[in-house]
Design a protein around this ligand. Structure first.
Ligand code: LLP
Length: 426
């Protein structure tokens, strides 16, 4: 990952913009997104599908990073997005994102969220459970609207990834279980309701997946289920949505495969035993925005424990990137203002939060650092800002988009006043 970085006069460059200038202008911690990379990744998925001559749709899983500006990039790229809450839906609509290209996910959508989705005519509601089918039935009855739906199935396939990142196994909280007959029951309910237009089936097996095996099994399984249900209900899906989860490389141990590897593996399975291949939708989140994101920090204090560890602290941490503490996620970093200096030591990068677990990186090789140096943690674009919080009452960082030498502030840094904005007196 580090080898792919570009630098100029010893400074890390992000899509033609000097990262040290960004720090001077916008402060730290700072999230920076290379928007050319975002667009390229979408185009890679596109060309992979086109090479296989499949009908397809790319739906950006916006939970990975959901701010108005990124929905606008997705609109420009003409892809769909999926949202999982009223808040994400609101943000997408506020950004001017077309509602008919929005898929609404979630395992416990409220009545109010479903009303909001129907009122705004979202493209498709992903039905997850029986309670939701009933709620949606009521909403549609009252509003006399119709809406497209898909059934989220639990196919009984589990991805080899972190436990928190698995979603397709039979005991998952998501979706209708196929084995026990729940899925069939749900299908019948939906087919019997003229206000619900069934577009097809959805499944998502997990996140940060590296091999193609899980996706091949999933494609096969979805066709098998479709055939079984066709025999019984005479219904063939127009769309099969295989979810997201395509892994990215955070450090040298990760060995990701390309968009094209994933899509061609899926395509082979589909073409093998399916006469009428449905349109294939995917929902990548991490792989679209993850590698495009950098978090820039200023280096502050340092602690050297003689004969043991050295800690180099930065002015952010678990509040802007919870992933190391929550999933033991591994990242890599560089000193953005010393790109032409050789590494001389290995240190721990610690955050500023009052918690021992607030270590962003264990064992990072770095050149000699001093107070005020800029540390850039790489590949932080997915599930960084979107999972950011105000622990210890630290304001959330600003977000800057860069593209071809231009930088634009797209989310302002939170202020101390923002922190107390909702607080009342007692
Ligand atoms: N579709 C569905 C139904 C999902 O549940 C998810 C992720 C995605 C698509 C997108 O998956 P991706 O392509 O981004 O892997 N916070 C965790 C990841 C949680 C993923 C939840 N669902 C992390 O930081 O690793």
């Amino acid at each position: 990952i580090i080898d792919e970085l570009t630098s100029k006069n010893g400074h890390l460059m992000i899509d033609g913009v000097d990262s040290v200038d960004l720090v001077r202008e916008y402060g730290t911690p700072l999230y920076v997104f290379d928007i050319s990379k975002v667009r390229n990744q979408i185009r890679e998925f596109r060309s992979a599908f086109e090479k296989e001559h499949l009908n397809y749709q790319i739906s950006y899983a916006s939970k990975a990073f959901a701010v108005k500006a990124i929905y606008q990039v997705m609109k420009q790229e003409n892809v769909h997005v999926d949202v999982v809450s009223g808040g994400e839906l609101y943000t997408a609509l506020a950004a001017g994102f077309p509602s008919d290209k929005i898929s609404f996910h979630g395992n416990n959508k409220s009545l109010a969220e479903l009303q909001m989705a129907v009122k705004n005519h979202v493209g498709v509601i992903m039905l997850d459970n029986f309670h939701e089918i009933e709620l949606l039935r009521q909403v549609l009855k009252e509003s006399q609207e119709t809406i497209q739906v898909m059934l989220r199935l639990t196919p009984g396939i589990s991805a080899h990834t972190h436990k928190y990142d698995q979603t397709g196994q039979t005991d998952s909280k998501f979706g209708f279980d196929v084995k026990s007959g729940q899925a069939k029951k749900a299908l019948k309910l939906v087919l019997d309701n003229p206000q619900m237009k069934l577009l097809g089936y959805h499944a998502h097996i997990g996140s940060q997946i590296f091999g193609t095996e899980g996706f091949k099994m999933l494609a096969q399984k979805m066709i098998e289920i479709s055939k079984e249900f066709q025999n019984e209900f005479n219904y063939w899906p127009q769309v099969i949505n295989l979810g997201g989860g395509f892994g990215i490389s955070y450090n040298e141990d990760d060995d990701p495969i390309t968009a094209s590897d994933f899509i061609s593996a899926i395509s082979q399975e589909l073409k093998r035993d399916c006469k009428e291949i449905p349109e294939i939708w995917i929902e990548p989140g991490r792989s679209i925005v993850g590698p495009a994101g950098y978090t820039l920090y200023k280096i502050g204090s340092r602690k050297d424990i003689p004969g043991l560890e050295s800690y180099v602290s930065v002015d952010g941490g678990m509040g802007d990137n919870i992933r190391p503490a929550l999933y033991q996620a591994k990242y890599e970093a560089v000193v953005a203002n010393k790109m032409n200096q050789a590494d001389v030591e290995t240190v721990h990068i610690s955050g500023k939060y009052c918690e021992s677990g607030d270590i962003l990186i264990d064992h990072q090789k770095l050149p000699q650092t001093e107070v005020g140096d800029v540390l850039a943690v790489l590949d932080t674009g997915a599930y960084g800002y979107s999972m950011a919080m105000n622990y210890n009452r630290n304001p959330r960082p600003a977000v800057v988009f860069v593209e071809k030498g231009q930088a634009k502030l797209v989310v302002k840094r939170e202020t101390y006043e923002d922190l107390v904005k909702l607080d009342g007196n007692y």
